[in-house]
Write a protein that binds this ligand. Structure first.
Ligand code: GCV
Length: 707
């Protein structure tokens, strides 16, 4: 169908007819390269109609010729004197041009118009590939291709995906089908998807992937599995992507035959060293280990009375001779510690600042609770200046409506990256901590928990592809705006026509605020269904641990709602710089979006908006639902402009989103009323069902649950 479509398009172009709207299934992501028309076609033909490359066998050449051939509707020749000149900074054809290419590093590149030719020069072959994808992006979005003076160097060195994929192909918190890693058939069968995965990631600058779940299975470290991993690494290497693995801390016991995994035991350290040697013999550019230790039941150094630093350093020593790194997660909380869960990572890790080896990064989640629809930035950022901290974002939407809610996550990530930690002084943003510039760290990294699976769309929905895209773009350059990224993505994914792109942007940009409004407004958090986190369950109580219930987080009583984290409460505010701590400590100076995160507030208390808290809650639920309704109307208006298949699925998902937004509001309101006994503010409709009804709904097979 796809090939036929292209053929048809070329034919129609040849006879001068308008190009029809194609049936599409989303597999091509933002790398569609459908035939251009009119002035854009003419411009691309003139400026980029042929390729000249020092190494014609390079993947950069293959990608450029593939992309341009799609855009021009014909095969683009590769020949000396071609219009686009490709090379690395060291190629004689490039050095002969005498340009200043210093400081590009391996991943940087320049794109220059030189006379009627266009130069793409990379700091290495990977940089060149990134440059080629940049040029293709410009051509695909029909940007001007003359007078180009692009120079790009990524702000963060390691731009990594974290797959929470189990070896049986179940994806924890995955809403896009099964794992794309077909372990059973590897290493002999390499699904063509692996290469397409590498292409897609390289096109947005992602250069690392952790293949398996942080809730790890030690089997991945056995020889047969390492051979499978090596086969994947071979596919990814030409695209500049390194593989990493999660290491189960108890592996020496489980697959190594040792009696224990105590990091202080030289036999344990020796086992890891040998394992590292084995891995690097198979995968010379292996990136390193990601570790979830002593968290949610995972084994770790504390099982033996050792610290996180002891555990991380032992692994770091094993990898150091090979240049590998350790990404040690700070997502720790214990129910033996009765302290506020939001405080525990800080309490545990800040005293360890300065104790980690040079090749260890501490991977800190956004945020201190767990990827909620909105959290204040994690207080660890800025509080461990001697340790490189990396950001962990969640691309998969565990707490944000799974794959059916249209939520564009870049605004949420930007909000956190741009947050000022005020440590040690104003202007010390989270982004500057993460990119290493604030404290002069050599290592810098960002992780995104992938939303990728076996679904034809890769991400479970067409719009969830935008979150994968935005993650890559922000990991490359956290200075980009959410809007600019959305614009690029929409133009590549649905075509550059502003009559399509503008309405799509008007749906994407307010979508994050909308989901916060209809799920967890004003700083509420963790009110989702037990285990699977699907749907509203603010009534949730009991079970194995208090901090897995909703009542722990909202603390609603007859007189008020919200978690008192002030100095009169748990004191979590004091984990922030004094400027923030003082602000968060008072209702008046707390940003309204975080009010109930930090304060227990009376239902009838008037807020700055002029409404009481109760009325504000109702107002925000309504606002969220209205935004979704307006997104649906906008999409209706795109019928016939966007291909039917993608239009249909998106329309259906938007209707699910609207239904579920209403459900969130109704179930939450029914529950809050059962606690506060208040009448609804004027004009607000009562929930159509009883609280008992909402409570009775159960979803035993909701996707992505950790079990
Ligand atoms: C991989 C949350 C999720 C778990 C996840 C955990 C983590 O608790 O619900 O599925 O486990 O975070 O990030 O380790």
């Amino acid at each position: 169908m796809h090939m036929l479509g292209r053929l048809l398009a070329s034919l129609m172009l040849a006879v001068g007819l308008a190009v029809p709207v194609f049936a599409e299934d989303g597999y091509d992501l933002w790398l569609r390269f459908r035939p251009l028309t009119g002035a854009a076609l003419a411009q691309t033909e003139t400026r980029l109609g042929s390729i000249d490359a020092a190494d014609a066998g390079d993947v950069a050449v293959a990608e450029l010729s593939r992309g341009l051939s799609g855009l021009l509707g014909k095969t683009v020749p590769v020949a000396t004197g071609g219009k686009v000149l490709l090379g690395t900074a060291n190629d004689p054809a490039i050095t002969a041009l005498g340009l200043d290419l210093r400081g590009l590093g391996p991943d940087g590149y320049v794109i220059r118009s030189i006379g009627d030719r266009t130069l793409v020069a990379g700091g290495s072959r990977t940089g060149l590939l990134y440059g080629v994808f940049h040029l293709l992006r410009l051509a695909q979005e029909t940007a001007p291709l003359t007078a180009l003076t692009v120079r790009e160097v990524p702000k963060i060195d390691r731009r990594i995906l974290n797959h929470w994929d189990n070896l049986d192909r179940y994806v924890e918190r995955g809403y896009a089908g099964h794992s794309i890693w077909d372990w059973h058939k590897l290493p002999d069968w390499q699904d063509p998807r692996y290469k397409d995965y590498a292409r897609a990631n390289a096109s947005i600058g992602i250069n690392g992937t952790v293949l398996n779940n942080v809730n790890a299975n030690a089997t991945i470290l056995t020889r047969p599995y390492l051979e499978k991993v090596a086969a994947l690494a071979d596919v990814f290497r030409p695209y500049g992507i390194r593989v990493y693995l999660t290491a189960r801390f108890s592996a020496p016991k489980e697959i190594g035959g040792l009696a224990h995994a105590d990091p202080a035991d030289p036999a344990v350290a020796a086992w890891w060293k040998e394992k590292a040697d084995e891995i690097y013999a198979l995968i010379p550019d292996f990136g390193g280990f990601l570790v979830k230790a002593n968290s949610e039941g995972q084994p770790g150094p504390q099982d033996y009375g050792r610290s996180h630093a002891d555990g991380a350093n032992m692994l770091a020593d094993a990898l150091a001779p090979h240049g590998g790194i350790i990404m040690w997660r700070a997502f720790v909380y214990s129910h033996e510690t009765p302290d506020d869960r939001a405080k525990q990572a800080y309490t545990e890790f800040v005293p360890l600042d300065g104790q980690f080896r040079d090749n260890v990064l501490v991977q800190v989640k956004n945020g201190a609770i767990d990827f909620q629809p909105r959290e204040p930035f994690h207080p660890l950022f800025g509080a461990m200046p001697k340790t490189p901290l990396m950001m962990e974002f969640q691309i998969t939407k565990e707490y944000l409506g799974f794959a059916t809610h249209l939520v564009y996550l870049a605004p949420m990530w930007k909000e956190v990256l741009d947050a000022d930690t005020f440590r040690p002084k104003q202007g010390s943003t989270v982004a500057k901590v993460v990119d290493g510039s604030l404290d002069g760290h050599k290592l810098s990294a960002m992780a995104g928990v992938a939303n990728i699976g076996s679904d034809r769309t890769w991400s479970g929905s067409h719009f969830d592809q935008a979150n994968w895209y935005a993650y890559g773009r922000l990991a490359w350059d956290h200075g980009l705006s959410s809007e600019a990224i959305a614009q690029e993505w929409a133009a590549a994914t649905f075509g550059p026509d502003p009559a399509i792109v503008d309405p799509i942007l008007s749906m994407m940009l307010p979508s994050h605020q909308a989901v916060v409004d209809y799920m967890t407004p004003i700083g509420l958090h963790h009110l989702m269904g037990r285990g699977h986190h699907y749907g509203p369950a603010p009534w949730l109580t009991g079970g194995p641990r208090a901090d897995w219930t909703s009542v722990y987080y909202h603390r609603a009583t007859k007189d008020g709602i919200g978690f008192d984290r002030t100095r009169r409460g748990t004191g979590a505010v004091d984990q922030y710089a004094k400027v923030w701590a003082d602000r968060f400590d008072k209702v008046k100076t707390t940003p309204p979006d975080f009010l109930l995160w930090f304060h227990h507030v009376g239902w009838q208390q008037p807020l700055a908006s002029g409404r009481t808290l109760w009325a504000e809650l109702l107002y925000r639920y309504g606002r969220g639902i209205q935004t979704v309704a307006s997104m649906r109307r906008t999409w209706e208006g795109l019928r016939g402009k966007v291909d039917e298949d993608r239009w249909q699925q998106t329309a259906a998902f938007l209707s699910i989103q609207q239904k579920e937004a209403q459900w969130w509001r109704d179930a939450s309101v029914a529950y809050w009323q059962s606690i506060n006994g208040l009448p609804l503010p004027p004009g607000e409709k009562p929930p159509p069902q009883t609280l008992e009804h909402y409570k009775s709904l159960s979803f035993p097979f909701a996707p992505g649950d950790g079990k």
